[in-house]
Structure formats: structure tokens, C-alpha cells
Design a protein around this ligand. Structure first.
Ligand code: MF3
Ligand code: CO
Ligand code: CO
Length: 259
């Protein structure tokens, strides 16, 4: 098993791709309103990446995925396919975008609240976002992915939530999904994955209100919670630096979001 250490040239390209992906999420924010379809949001994202950014939407055609973004509403854990479904007030929705620019990938996702949402939904969103940041805070040379996962799992469980096990973060670079697998729960094997300067990967915990179990819908993409309770996910792409980390997908005005 080998985790690539990126060169300075590769890191600069990943930084640019990451910034473009972050910019897509800022661009789409004002359009995430009641009544819009996820297909319309995807169309805007596709146009922005291809026409404004001169980039490539990595998900389009990836293992056959049919869209330029994943849009996952309420009980959908990840890989929601954009289409005719309309957002409605009270929904919580994840939009996940990956931009390829100059051969390198930037991958990020965030939750949006459509109008006012129920306090329990807002709380889930907040805790899921804190889970991402608590994981990020562990990143530095000689820490392990176990440290990252444990911070995430502890915070989720302290709030009576559960962590999805079947999907994980990943190394990223010239390939969309590279080694290592960044599990978000404290699996023993993660103790062997020691972080080194120049490693680039995503952290993208999926946090459930109910049980951790998931189910794949017959479209073979859409992943839902088995108990159909709410779920939330936030994702960043980052590099291990000499004394910590640099987040490539930080959005304009975004600050660390810690409990
Ligand atoms: N962007 C997702 C991730 O964070 C992957 C989506 S793959 C797709 O890794 F095929 F579903 F688009
Ligand atoms: Co993603
Ligand atoms: Co990812």
C-alpha cells in the first residue's frame, strides 16, 4: 500500500482545484431555496465549472455517475443524483462537488438548510460540521488517521449520533480516489497510517441521527439511512504541512468551526 507524497508543483495545482471547488459551493448558495429542483442546481454547477472555471466536473461519468454534482437531501447519506425533485422548506441538503483543473482534483461538500429547519435538523448539521473540524484539527506530521477518526467518532457519539462506516474520505491528487481510505470511525488498522508532510486527502464524515446502517437504492447510487432518519456530511480536501495542515477547499470567509 502506498500513499503518495505530493511535490510542491502538485500541491499548487491541488490548491487551485480546491479553491475552484470551494467557489462552486459559494456560487450555488443563493440558489438553494424552496422550489428549486436539484437538477437545476446541478445544471448551474455544471455551467460554472465548465464555462466560468474552464474545469472538468469529476463526478460526471465517474463509474457512470450521471451528473456534475451529488445532491443528497434529508435521509440521503451521499451520492444523490440531481433530478426533478424540488427542495422544500425544512430540508437539509448536501451538495458535493469535485473540480478537475490542470489534471488535479479538488473535492468538497457542505450542508445547506432550506428556509427554516427543525431544531433537531440544525443540531445535526452543526455537530456534523464540528466533527469535520475536530478531525481536521488532528492533522499534522506523525499523527495517525486513527487520531482523526477517533476525534470524529467521539464527538458524534457524545451527541447521540452515529458514524457511517461504508463510505470514507480518501487520498486525492491526479486521481479522484487514491490511498489512503480515511475512515471516520476508530478502526484499529488506522493506527498504522501515519501522516507525513505532503500527503493530500479528504475528510468527509457522514453523521446519522439514528442508526449507522445504510441502504443502497435500486438506482445503484443513492445511499440512504436504513431507518430513514436524517443524516449530514461536510467535506474538505487538505494537505499535511510541516506543522499541521492547509485546507485547499476553504470557502470565502470560512473559519474553523469547533464546538
Ligand atoms: N465527491 C464524492 C466524494 O467525496 C464522490 C462522488 S463519486 C460519484 O468522494 F460517482 F458519486 F459522483
Ligand atoms: Co466529495
Ligand atoms: Co471525497
Amino acid at each position: 500500500m502506498s500513499i503518495k507524497i505530493k511535490t510542491a508543483e502538485e500541491i499548487e495545482k491541488l490548491r487551485i482545484a480546491g479553491q475552484l471547488a470551494a467557489e462552486v459551493l459559494d456560487m450555488i448558495e443563493p440558489f438553494v431555496v424552496p422550489g428549486v429542483t436539484t437538477g437545476e442546481l446541478n445544471e448551474r454547477i455544471h455551467k460554472h465549472i465548465t464555462e466560468v472555471q474552464d474545469g472538468i466536473p469529476a463526478t460526471l461519468g465517474y463509474h457512470g455517475f450521471p451528473a456534475s454534482s451529488c445532491i443528497s437531501i434529508n435521509q440521503v447519506v451521499c451520492h444523490g443524483i440531481p433530478g426533478p425533485k424540488k427542495l422544500k422548506k425544512g430540508d437539509i441538503v448536501n451538495i458535493d462537488v469535485t473540480v478537475i483543473k490542470d489534471g488535479y482534483h479538488g473535492d468538497t461538500s457542505r450542508m445547506f438548510e432550506v428556509g427554516d429547519v427543525k431544531p433537531y435538523a440544525a443540531r445535526l448539521n452543526k455537530v456534523a460540521r464540528e466533527c469535520l473540524w475536530l478531525g481536521i484539527e488532528q492533522v499534522k506530521p506523525d499523527a495517525t488517521l486513527y487520531d482523526v477518526a477517533l476525534a470524529i467518532q467521539n464527538h458524534a457519539e457524545a451527541n447521540n449520533y452515529t458514524v457511517v462506516k461504508e463510505y470514507c474520505g480518501h487520498g486525492i491528487g491526479a486521481e479522484f480516489h487514491e490511498e489512503p481510505q480515511v475512515l471516520h470511525y476508530a478502526a484499529e488498522e488506522l493506527k498504522d497510517i501515519v501522516l507525513k508532510e505532503g500527503m493530500v486527502f479528504t475528510i468527509e464524515p457522514m453523521i446519522n441521527m439514528g442508526k449507522a446502517d445504510i441502504k443502497l437504492l435500486p438506482d445503484n447510487w443513492t445511499v440512504v439511512t436504513k431507518d430513514r432518519k436524517l443524516t449530514a456530511q461536510w467535506e474538505h480536501t487538505l494537505v499535511v504541512t510541516k506543522d499541521g495542515y492547509e485546507i485547499f477547499t476553504l470557502r470565502k470567509d470560512e473559519k474553523p468551526f469547533l464546538p
